[in-house]
Design a protein around this ligand. Structure first.
Ligand SMILES: Cc1ncc(COP(=O)(O)O)c(C=O)c1O
Length: 406
């Protein structure tokens, strides 16, 4: 592998243009990923790769922040999308494909007796909370300290621009893996708590990710049952990368509702909330909708995606691949005198260089990106089924040169 680095001149020119017509040029979570030496816009994508405006190819370890689980432009998914789109997209009545997708989720996901749909993960989490409030007649929500569930005002920190204190007045926070603290909170507010919402394991930004300790989820679900509090698993990020029946199955517990998004339609805009029969009536009463919610092609794409994931036994393949990638990167790091820590589920690894400053870690990531491996310093990464053995070799080569240039 030649030790040359990418130029991103066209990306930079486009960013200048973007700043004239878009506040900040690039907004939302994409804004935080902008690095001087990195790509800002893509020109095309295929399988495990995207190309930037300067025609540099990147092995993509972010997968669009999760959606690309089969790889970009997957033939079966795109064909299903096209066949559906030829019949109509958002039409004045629903498509039967919506019923077929709900049936697929009910058949596939352990706890699912019904499914509802939205566009983004935040639709599913907001809807879940509303259903919990309607079902229990209680108003407070317990979430994990820095657990992320989207951008609706109730989910944002009080000091964020545009947010007022009362937006999250009924949101209580508890430390991850701390069932005693949860019990104390339930003792104090239990009669007013509608739900406990959490991802299946802790995957915060800029920190090592942390799996559930032995017995944690068992204790949580028992406590929630005791205080008549619903358990909501936010599987928007980890969904389909741990267990196709729901990530909760891997941690041996049963929540009342599960939120899916990101990977469900391999990049086509769709989210889903699934739940148990007990909640079906409450789910029927809650009003939650959107003009684009009934768009049929993303639902057809989702059915194709889920079928492909089942055929491939995707979670175990992705986890195996992630384990191999982690150990190869850890070895390269140690050969070069660094200590690379991989945390979280291997199909969604978070990397951190131990014993150096965060700036050095960021520099290592920048050096990898400049050599064609798209990574982020502060976020967990994502593996897709399109990532190959050759890609591991390529990533390893780039990572080695990146260490040599620190
Ligand atoms: C765990 C989790 N929940 C919810 C969301 C929100 O999903 P979306 O950005 O699709 O609204 C995200 C997005 O990153 C997430 O990671």
């Amino acid at each position: 592998m030649k030790n040359t680095t990418y130029k991103v001149k066209k990306s930079d020119e486009y960013l200048t243009k973007a700043k004239e017509v878009i506040p900040g040029g690039i907004f939302g979570h994409y804004k935080y990923a902008i690095r001087e030496s990195g790509p800002k816009f893509f020109s095309k994508s295929e399988g495990a790769y995207f190309w930037d405006l300067d025609d540099n190819r990147y092995v993509d370890l972010m997968c669009g922040y999760g959606p690309s689980i089969l790889g970009y432009n997957h033939p079966e998914v795109e064909e299903a999308y096209k066949v559906s789109a030829d019949k109509g997209n958002t039409v004045s009545v629903a498509s039967p494909v919506m019923v077929d997708l709900a049936s697929k989720l009910v058949e596939m996901v352990d706890i699912a007796d019904w499914a509802l749909f939205g566009k983004n993960g935040g639709d599913a989490t907001s809807l879940a909370v509303m259903i919990a409030r309607e079902f229990t007649g209680k108003k407070k929500i317990i979430k994990i300290d820095d657990g992320y569930h989207g951008v609706a005002p109730w989910m944002q920190e009080k000091n964020r621009p545009g947010i007022i204190t009362s937006d999250s007045e009924h949101v209580l926070k508890v430390k991850w893996n701390d069932s005693e603290a949860l019990e104390q909170l339930l003792q104090k507010h239990g009669s007013d708590i509608a739900c406990f919402i959490s991802s299946p394991y802790d995957h915060p930004v800029s920190r090592d990710n942390s799996l559930a300790e032995e017995g944690y989820w068992k204790k949580v679900t028992a406590l929630c049952k005791k205080y008549e509090v619903l358990t909501i698993v936010d599987d928007v990020r980890a969904g389909f990368r741990i267990n196709l029946k729901g990530s909760n199955v891997a941690f041996a517990f049963s929540p009342d509702m599960i939120c899916f998004g990101k990977a469900i339609a391999n990049g086509h805009p769709l989210a889903s909330l699934v739940g148990t029969n007990d909640l079906k009536k409450a789910a029927e009463r809650v009003y939650f909708t959107g003009t684009q919610f009934f768009s049929a092609p993303p639902m057809a794409a989702a059915i194709a995606t889920l079928n492909e994931l089942e055929k491939a036994d995707a979670p175990s393949v992705l986890i195996q691949y992630g384990k191999k990638l982690n150990s190869r990167l850890e070895k390269v790091a140690s050969d070069k005198g660094f200590n690379l820590i991989s945390s979280g589920i291997p199909s969604m690894p978070y990397y951190r260089l131990e014993g150096v400053t965060f700036e050095t870690h960021i520099k290592w990531i920048d050096e990898c990106v400049k050599r064609g491996v798209y990574m982020l310093a502060y976020h967990n990464h994502f593996i897709s089924l399109a990532h190959s053995e050759e890609d591991i070799d390529f990533i390893e080569g780039a990572a080695k040169q990146a260490f040599e240039n620190l």
